[in-house]
Write a protein that binds this ligand. Structure first.
Ligand code: C2E
Ligand code: CA
Ligand code: CA
Length: 404
């Protein structure tokens, strides 16, 4: 995110910087100089309430709500001020965590309420109902729903509400099953089936993803062994792909936990594929590189998920020990309609091949998508055309009758 754009403003001694009662649209950081803050009383008198100097901030309440200034500010010396506009701050707040946004607004609401209570103290007047404003603040954003879901997710693992579905990944040429991707499902006791795009980001924000991922790798590895035991034609080299978030992968125990699960479940590291997004590489290049090298040294395979959606350059790929690239479904769809998208996919495939990486096309639904991918030398595919993600028992049935 860009830094808040700032502009410097100079005020001379005696200049009024902010006026009580006007709608504020900015705050200032005092870079140098000194100001006084005062309240204008109805009888025309001024009451000084504070002075502020270098390094402090004035007018910050206007950044959070669009109410009137509660005091005036005047320069006592020449002041150089750095402006933060309300528009810039609001943009930041609205794209920040919904809980941060809610709490920030509630704190300001409480503060304003306290000021109005002090003002009317002893005068027998009524004051604005802070409680109602607070209720509106907590109900208007996504924070409460988010917190509730995070709280419920805590119990989901313990209560066995999480389940893994598996989607086969096939060899485009031979149609043999090469492996599976484990995809998490949450059977919520009241809301029913919850899609991962809804609960994974919440599990990430709350840190609960760590526990869920630990459960998922172990369960997926055990399922792979069970599937190999149940289905004769499933090759010993069939792999299990598991999705990992940045929180999982940047955790100091990531590799040691992965190794321990591989040993415990008797699934060799080369049959475990770590799926991660390119965004994680771009945001933490050096840290991730060291960690991926360590994973590769232990024999684990690494796949870049949703490739092409992260605005990254292909050129960085050779810096990392990546074994597969997963071409995002959006490219698979576009390439059948648009020649330049097809050329892009061909470019990705050729580059990946030259770097000795395998390719998996995601979300293949149609025969003509498959045909184009085959013609472009893509090796593997996954999608509804072959199978939707299935729970283990259904997948075993599917595999038993599967014909290439
Ligand atoms: P993803 O890793 O890109 O997973 C592929 C998604 O595409 C899955 O959605 C899958 O059901 C869907 N898909 C597969 N074939 C087709 C097709 O032919 N057409 C269409 N339209 N879709 C297809 P799903 O299961 O809803 O998962 C969504 C995302 O949630 C995943 O995207 C992944 O980012 C995340 N996710 C799922 N399970 C886990 C997990 O265990 N851990 C983590 N960290 N993330 C997970
Ligand atoms: Ca994936
Ligand atoms: Ca994907």
């Amino acid at each position: 995110m860009n830094d808040i754009q700032t502009s410097k403003t100079l005020f001379n001694a005696g200049d009024l910087i902010m006026e009580q009662g006007t709608i504020g649209d900015c705050a200032y950081i005092i870079e140098s100089g000194e100001v006084e803050i005062f309240i204008d009383h109805p009888d025309g008198t001024e009451q000084k309430i504070a002075t502020r100097g270098e390094g402090t901030i004035i007018g910050e309440m206007a950044l959070i709500d669009q109410k009137r200034r509660t005091a005036s500010v005047r320069a006592l010396k020449i002041c150089s001020l750095i402006k933060i506009t309300e528009t810039e701050f609001q943009q930041r707040l609205s794209t920040s965590d919904s809980i941060v946004e809610m709490i920030t607004k509630v704190i300001l609401n409480r503060y304003r309420d306290t000021i109005s209570r002090i003002e009317v103290f002893g005068e027998g007047k009524t004051f604005p109902p802070a409680e109602e404003a607070e209720r509106q603040l907590t109900q208007s954003g996504k924070a409460v729903e988010h917190l509730k879901t995070a709280n419920e997710f805590k119990h989901a693992i313990k209560n066995k509400e999480l389940e893994l579905y598996y989607q086969p990944i096939i060899d485009l040429e031979t149609k043999n099953i090469k492996g599976f991707e484990a995809l998490m499902r949450w059977n919520h006791p009241e809301k029913g089936f919850m899609p991962p795009n809804l609960f994974i980001p919440i599990a990430e924000d709350s840190g609960l993803i760590l526990e869920a991922t630990d459960w998922a790798i172990e369960e997926a590895c055990n399922a792979l062994s069970r599937m190999k035991a149940a289905v004769d034609h499933l090759h010993n080299s069939a792999f299990m792909s598991v999705n990992f978030t940045a929180i999982d992968m940047l955790h100091p125990d990531f590799l040691s936990k992965l190794k321990a699960i591989s040993q415990k479940t008797n699934v060799i590291p080369s049959n475990i594929k770590i799926e991660m997004t390119e965004r994680l590489l771009m945001n933490n290049p050096e840290k991730v590189k060291a960690m991926l090298n360590a994973c590769r040294d232990e024999g684990f395979h690494i796949a870049i998920d949703d490739f092409g959606t992260g605005y990254s350059s292909l050129s960085y790929l050779h810096h990392y020990p990546i074994s597969s690239i997963k071409i995002d479904r959006s490219f698979v769809v576009q390439m059948t309609r648009d020649k330049s998208a097809l050329n892009l996919v061909k470019g990705i495939i050729n580059l990946a091949k030259s770097l000795d990486m395998s390719l998996i096309a995601e979300g293949v639904e149609e025969d003509h998508e498959e045909a184009l991918l085959l013609k472009s030398n893509c090796e593997m595919a996954q999608g509804y055309k072959y199978s939707r993600p299935l729970p283990e028992p259904q997948l075993i049935e599917f595999l038993k009758t599967y014909q290439n």
